[in-house]
Design a binder for this molecule. Structure first.
Ligand code: SF4
Length: 230
């Protein structure tokens, strides 16, 4: 009785719904009011399917995260899929060599949207201890968009779980009205880089051509560049 005196129907509280005479008694404890974004984001963030692939030592920590001690299943993320067609999360775990970049970009393009990328460890984020290596790219974000960066060499499973929680928080802030995958045309497809003497991002083809032209007109500059690469 006290509730009906202090709570007005329609004021946005649960009590108001339960006391609203328009709601039949058999339903008065089964009616919830929420937003479309909350339901949409709740469903996605609790059922991520990561792609099952690893590149180097960080992948061992990722595998440990999925095992019993840390247990990804607590987050609803335990279904690691062997196919990009069934995955919505790419965990780039390990050193990214130039030879692997075309494959990573191709896998990313094959993932359905919505899709997310986690850069796990110093190597995937910036090259790590191999940054100056002739065969290593200094960050996978030069080729595909990264949502969450996880520091460490290697990050422990707790760090990966923290990154997952941060990704869930990021998903929570998205709105079905503004996400890119419902816009006309969808998200951009990333052209697969070319692997020749070096890795070439075809999106930067004009910039590379311009640089080559400048070097061709300045032999001293070209010689200095060649010595720098040697
Ligand atoms: S960040 Fe460290 S642990 Fe991870 S792949 Fe690179 S070298 Fe290995």
């Amino acid at each position: 009785m006290a509730d009906t005196e202090t709570t007005q129907p329609g004021d946005g509280t649960g009590d108001a719904i339960q006391n609203d005479p328009r709601v039949p008694p058999e339903l008065d404890r089964n009616v919830f009011i929420t937003t479309l974004d909350a339901v949409y984001n709740w469903g996605r963030k609790r059922s991520m399917w990561p792609m099952l692939f690893g590149l180097a030592c960080c992948a061992i920590e990722m595998i440990c995260t999925a095992a019993a001690r840390f247990d990804l299943a607590r987050f609803g993320w335990e279904l690691m899929r062997p196919s990009p067609r069934q995955a919505d999360l790419m965990i780039v775990s390990g050193t990214v060599t130039k030879k692997m970049v075309p494959q990573i970009v191709r896998l990313y393009n094959q993932m359905p949207e919505p899709r997310y990328v986690v850069s796990m460890g110093a190597c995937a984020t910036g090259g790590g201890p191999f940054k100056e290596g002739y065969n290593v790219v200094s960050g996978i974000d030069k080729f595909i968009p990264v949502d969450i960066y996880i520091p460490g060499c290697p990050p422990r499973p707790e760090s990966l779980l923290h990154g997952f929680i941060k990704l869930q928080e990021m998903i929570d802030r998205q709105s079905v009205r503004t996400v890119p995958w419902y816009r006309p045309g969808g998200s951009d497809v990333i052209p697969v880089p070319l692997l020749g003497p070096d890795i070439i991002d075809v999106r930067r083809a004009s910039e590379i051509a311009e640089r080559n032209k400048v070097m061709a007109e300045s032999p001293a500059l070209a010689e200095g560049n060649a010595q720098g690469q040697a």
